[in-house]
Design a protein around this ligand. Structure first.
Ligand code: ADP
Length: 479
């Protein structure tokens, strides 16, 4: 049984859980420990005790540890990408790319450690100087979802450690293998006991215990809107610093002047790759009426040729849905879309393959309207809807008519419309002629409206969440 990692030791827990391959329900990827509230308390106590040593232990040690983790992830990307694809179901190419990305993130923050700058400026009072420095927050609770089992943990853990914080990490229950592999590498990186702790298990037990503890000073969470709201309320009672990344309902606008090949590529990649299980996935195609019939015809044809299957089959382009519960949710939305009057142009069928898996063919609804539930609610599966609009102004209005604002995109050859869209679309990230999903690791990630709460993740902007600022005044006396 794969143990939890607490205070520098691998500790067995009383319970465990089987990790099932969604491409092959007869394959168990492994047995992983389930922590209880006592394990969480021990992890938090260890993190608290390690806090001062790590914060003041020198930036070279932190940089070395992060660099070690980044190098090993990059060196083992095929092995760990295979493990990731087995437990989550994204294709092998996607799994390997995700591990490589996690490695790059650790490398990036290994450098950022050495670049943590402050300010020094004169006071308005004579002979007084002011210094502004960055300090760690303390103990950070990190709670992550199943859809990026190693990249999301990496983009929270790496900056947390880089800026001198101690970590209690709880991965999603469905994907302990990638989290465990990452923790195992971190355990050998030279960090002192207690600086990094892994507690696997249920959100309602392990996650709840982390968020409820007064000794956890900040929470970085990615997951559903409902859980994010609940966490925020609990964290606010203790004045915790909170960073929440939640849902999306990302629009892809296609104007009449778009290059159709580019638009189809953006639509297929953005909406359906990773089985549509990305918070940045395009799920609303808002298409100008002149190009709409050709867009729908070409996209339908492209979707019918996508190969759905076992994540490790090199021919597979779309892996399985992550589990039975998500598959039922997806099918629920297929029924809702039909009952609302949208037309299912293709897909939405369970696919039978050599292994028992949660295979669903990529689905496209056409003739949707902005008020339909399939155009407003996050589905988190290989399902998107297309709707026709008269002109650019209407497209922008429909794009912005959403409670979410994570990512957005436009396909156009017009500099005027591209520039206007970048300025006026209400989303944290926006893309011109590139898919809404698939972002760089060295620049900020995050959204507006109901999608995000708190400072941005990733890139140099991560420092804002993972540090607090101290302003020091010094008066110099000269004889
Ligand atoms: P998803 O559907 O992406 O799994 P969730 O919001 O359900 O979204 O889960 C995201 C993360 O939050 C997971 O690690 C999950 O275990 C955790 N979680 C779920 N419920 C709670 C809770 N009540 N308190 C703390 N963490 C939770």
């Amino acid at each position: 049984m794969k143990c939890n990692f607490i205070d520098g030791q691998w500790r067995e827990s009383t319970a465990s859980r089987s990790n099932i391959n969604p491409s092959d329900l007869d394959e168990i990827v492994g047995e992983y420990a389930q922590a209880d509230a006592d394990d969480v308390r021990a992890a938090i106590a260890a993190a608290l005790a390690a806090r001062a040593g790590w914060a003041h232990g020198g930036i070279q040690a932190r940089s070395n540890a992060l660099d070690f983790v980044g190098s090993e992830l990059l060196a083992r990307q095929i092995e760990l990408g295979t493990l990731l694809s087995r437990e989550e179901g994204k294709t092998l190419a996607e799994g390997i790319a995700e591990v490589a990305r996690a490695g790059q993130i650790f490398k990036f923050f290994a450098g950022e450690v050495l670049r943590t700058a402050g300010d020094k400026l004169p006071s308005v009072r004579p002979f007084v100087e002011v210094e502004v420095t960055r300090e760690p927050i303390g103990v950070v609770g990190i709670i992550t979802p199943w859809n990026f089992p190693i990249a999301i943990p990496a983009w929270k853990i790496a900056p947390a450690l880089a800026y001198g914080n101690c970590v209690v990490f709880k991965p999603a229950d469905l994907v302990p293998a990638s989290a465990w592999a990452l923790a195992e590498i971190i355990s050998r990186s030279g960090i002192p006991p207690g600086v990094f702790n892994l507690v696997m298990g249920r959100g309602s037990v392990v996650g709840h215990a982390i968020v409820s503890s007064p000794d956890v000073h900040a929470i970085s969470f990615t997951g559903s809107v409902e859980t994010g709201h609940a966490l925020l309320q609990r964290g606010a009672q203790q004045l915790k610093r909170m960073q929440l990344e939640m849902g999306g309902k990302n629009p892809l606008v296609v104007l009449d002047d778009a290059d159709l090949d580019v638009a189809i590529d953006c639509a297929v990649q953005g909406a359906y790759f990773s089985t549509g299980q990305r918070c940045t996935a395009s799920s609303r195609f808002i298409v100008q009426k002149g190009i709409y019939p050709r867009f729908v015809a070409r996209l339908t044809e492209a979707l019918e040729h996508l190969r759905v299957g076992h994540a490790l089959d090199p021919r597979t382009q779309i892996g399985p849905v992550v589990d039975e519960s998500q598959l039922r949710d997806d099918e629920g939305y297929l029924a809702i879309g039909k009952s609302e009057g949208a037309k299912l142009a293709c897909g939405g069928q369970r696919a039978v393959r050599d292994t028992r898996g949660h295979f669903l063919s990529p689905a496209l609804f056409v003739d949707a309207t902005p008020k339909m539930r399939i155009a407003r609610e996050e589905i988190f599966g290989p399902i998107a809807c297309a709707m026709a609009v008269d002109n650019y102004e209407e497209a922008l209005a429909v794009a912005n008519d959403s409670p979410f604002g994570l990512s957005s995109g436009i396909c156009t050859t017009s500099l005027k419309y591209a520039t206007h869209f970048k300025r006026h679309v209400r989303s944290g990230m926006t893309m011109v002629n590139v898919p809404t999903a698939g972002v760089d690791y060295h620049v900020p990630f995050g959204g507006t409206k109901a999608s995000s709460y708190g400072p941005r993740e990733q890139g140099t902007y991560a420092v804002d969440f993972f540090t607090t600022v101290k302003t020091a005044y010094t008066k110099a006396y000269f004889d």
